[in-house]
Unconditional design. Structure first.
Length: 243
C-alpha cells in the first residue's frame, strides 16, 4: 500500500526549536539581569534546558497540564515560589525574545514544495494547539497542513500509539498509508513505527554514529532525502539504503 500522507513533528524537525530556545534565553537572561549568578551564559542555558526537559517529561506523563509545566519551569529555574501570575509574566517575557529568533530549517520549504502535489500533510506535536498554530503561522507554513494535532488537546502524547492513530484518523487513512517524520529516536521514530506508520527519524546533527544508531529505526540526516525515499517501499522493517 503506497504512502499517501506525511505527518510531521514540529520542534527540531521543521522548526529549529533548540537554536531558538538557546538564542532567546540568552537574550532574556541578559535582559532580566540573571547572568551574574552563573559562571557563563552557556552554564545558564544548560540549566534552563535541564529544567525544561524535566518539566516537559512531567507534562508528557500527564502529571501536570501544559500551562503548569511552563510555570514550574520558571519556578524551578529561578528557585523561587512565584505566583501563577508572576511565573506567567516571566515566561511571556522569555517568549518575546524567543519569538524574535524563530526560523525553519533550510531544508524544510524545498521538501514541502517537492512533496506538495504527491502527498497530503499534517502535523502531530507533543505541544499545544495554541503554541504550534501561532508558530506555524508566523513561519509561513500553516496552510501547508490539512490537520494540526497536539498532545495538550488530544489528551494523549507521543510515543503512545493513540497519538499517531489520531493523526491517521484525522486524515481518514490507515497507518500503513502514512509516514511520520520526527527528530526523537524513541518518541517519534520508534513510537510511530510501533503504531504501524512508516517512520523516519531525522538525526540532523549526527548524534549517533551509524553503528551506534538505535536498532531498527529508519534514519535520515536531512529532509532532502525524503522525496526519493517516499517513492519506494518504506514500510518499517524494510531494508534501508541510507545510513
Amino acid at each position: 500500500m503506497s504512502i499517501r500522507a506525511v505527518v510531521w513533528d514540529v520542534d527540531d524537525t521543521l522548526f529549529d526549536y533548540t537554536g531558538a530556545d538557546r538564542a532567546g534565553m540568552r537574550l532574556h537572561l541578559a535582559a532580566e539581569g540573571l547572568l551574574a549568578g552563573y559562571e557563563s551564559v552557556e552554564q545558564a542555558i544548560v540549566r534552563w534546558r535541564e529544567v525544561t526537559d524535566a518539566q516537559w517529561a512531567r507534562f508528557s506523563a500527564g502529571e501536570v497540564d501544559f500551562q503548569e509545566q511552563r510555570r514550574d519551569r520558571v519556578r524551578v529555574f529561578l528557585g523561587e515560589e512565584l505566583t501563577d501570575a508572576e511565573a506567567d509574566a516571566w515566561f511571556q517575557r522569555y517568549v518575546a525574545h524567543y519569538e524574535t529568533v524563530w526560523e525553519l530549517f533550510p531544508d524544510v520549504l524545498p521538501v514541502l514544495d517537492a512533496l506538495a502535489l504527491s502527498h497530503r500533510h499534517a502535523v502531530l506535536s507533543n505541544s499545544s494547539i495554541h503554541v504550534q498554530d501561532r508558530k506555524l503561522r508566523a513561519l509561513g507554513v500553516y496552510d501547508r497542513f490539512e490537520v494540526v494535532l497536539c498532545a495538550a488537546e488530544l489528551g494523549v502524547s507521543k510515543p503512545e500509539a493513540g497519538a499517531f492513530h489520531a493523526a491517521c484518523e484525522a486524515l481518514d487513512l490507515a497507518p500503513e498509508q502514512v509516514a511520520y517524520v520526527g527528530d526523537h529516536p524513541e518518541i517519534d521514530g520508534r513510537g510511530a513505527a510501533e503504531a504501524g506508520l512508516h517512520s523516519f527519524w531525522i538525526d540532523r546533527d549526527g548524534v549517533y554514529a551509524t553503528s551506534d544508531a538505535p536498532v531498527g529505526l529508519q534514519r535520515i540526516a536531512t529532509l532532502a532525502e525524503l522525496p526519493a525515499i517516499l517513492g519506494a517501499d518504506t514500510r518499517f522493517g524494510a531494508p534501508s539504503t541510507f545510513g
